[in-house]
Design a protein around this ligand. Structure first.
Ligand code: CTP
Length: 369
């Protein structure tokens, strides 16, 4: 049997990037031989094994043929006579379809190395069209590699467009769409993910709420770009993307995509918050803090504030809101109780002191402007 390193690890090695997971393909072996050598089989559908010590994935060389619609329905054929080249041919992009043998020699039957040099994301074969998830993957790789100058090949974009026209993308399940979208939100240029999906027509199918009208998409993407510079949190990046939507649409979109509750919460809450006045007013800050439940949920409030910054609230103003929140939150009920307040009067006193603290920060500072 021969063992080759394949896929993302070979791509990242050629790109000079740190390799995270390493995947291997084994040619000329049977499952029985793998088990006898101490590998542990994982997954019932594919002949994939874990190495007894490194726990890296070793897959028997296989071919796949589509036998149904959508993501399911692949006939997998794996046997000792399946060649490395056949295995590489079923893969999505040429840059992902290279292998390295035990001596470190590159095996590159589909021109992946040349495409890396030319900065092109190109499909390996027409079999790309058998898996609509590959459209999302291609968009995600474009988002990751855009800073290095990579673009989707013209013929791959054409193929992706025809896949969309054939209704292939209609079969993608929300979980897969979100999984790729979440990962894309953390790539180097998340905006590019949505631009590639828009360019091939897939965005209108998988995320119609943000795909049109054009101003909604443009505003959302501009906010997303700013959010990337502000926060690593998925919630903030997602919240910025959907900020142009009204609360109902943000909610419907989040539910349809089955985004995590924390992301839905930020998206819906930020849509429902009052727009900031210029200059800031203490009344607005008070209303914001109440509506955003900032006393009980300061971390979430911080995320909402970062979404606002992504939508154009300037950093200095955001800093003042932060300061107002933390000074108001420092109002100490125990101290007020010692002063003799209790029951309803205590509640009112807390409110009044908080209001005072907010006014001092917002109006005090406004006087200096
Ligand atoms: N692959 C594919 N089609 C898919 C999923 C995966 O052709 N729908 C192939 C590609 O050759 C890919 C390899 O399987 O390189 C491993 O997939 P995965 O681990 O998901 O991606 P990586 O390329 O390793 O990328 P990442 O760095 O994002 O993990």
């Amino acid at each position: 049997m021969q063992v080759y390193e394949v896929g993302g690890a070979v791509r990242d090695w050629l790109l000079g990037q740190t390799v995270k997971d390493r995947d291997w393909v084994v040619v000329g072996a049977t499952p029985e031989q793998m088990l006898a050598a101490g590998y542990r089989q994982v997954g019932a559908d594919f002949p994939v094994f874990l190495h007894p010590e490194t726990h890296e994935e070793y897959a028997l060389a296989r071919t796949e043929r589509k036998s149904g619609h959508g993501y399911h329905g692949f006939e997998v054929h794996s046997a000792p006579d399946v060649t490395l080249e056949e295995d590489l041919k079923r893969r999505d992009l040429t840059v992902n379809a290279m292998a390295r043998d035990a001596e470190g020699h590159l095996v590159d039957p589909f021109g992946g190395e040349r495409d890396i040099a030319d900065r092109v994301l190109r499909h390996v074969s027409p079999a790309f069209a058998e898996d609509p998830l590959r459209i999302l993957r291609t968009a995600r790789f474009a988002a990751r590699l855009a800073p290095m100058g990579f673009e989707v090949a013209v013929e791959t974009m054409t193929l992706m467009r025809s896949m969309v026209a054939d209704g292939e993308v209609d079969h993608l399940v929300p979980e897969r769409v979100w999984q790729e979208t979440r990962r894309a939100l953390h790539e180097a240029r998340p905006r590019v993910f949505f631009e590639v999906l828009e360019a091939c027509g897939a965005l209108a199918v998988v995320m119609p709420e943000i795909a049109s009208p054009e101003e909604v998409l443009e505003k959302g993407l501009a906010a997303l770009v700013r959010a990337v510079g502000i926060s690593e949190a998925t919630e903030v990046r997602f919240g910025a993307l959907v900020a142009p939507l009204d609360a109902n649409t943000a909610q419907a979109f989040s539910e349809r995509l089955r985004v995590p509750n924390s992301c839905r919460d930020i998206a819906v809450s930020s849509a429902a918050l009052p727009r900031w006045p210029r200059p800031l007013s203490a009344d607005w800050v008070e209303e914001l803090l109440e509506k955003a439940d900032a006393w009980r949920r300061p971390e979430r409030f911080e995320q909402l504030l970062m979404v606002m910054e992504a939508c154009g609230l300037d950093a200095q103003a955001a800093g003042r809101v932060r300061e107002a929140r933390s000074r108001a939150a420092a109002v100490d009920p125990q101290a007020l109780m010692k002063e003799g307040y209790q029951g309803k009067a205590l509640g009112e006193a807390i409110g009044a002191r908080r209001q005072q603290a907010i006014e001092q920060v917002i109006e005090g500072e406004a006087d200096h402007e």
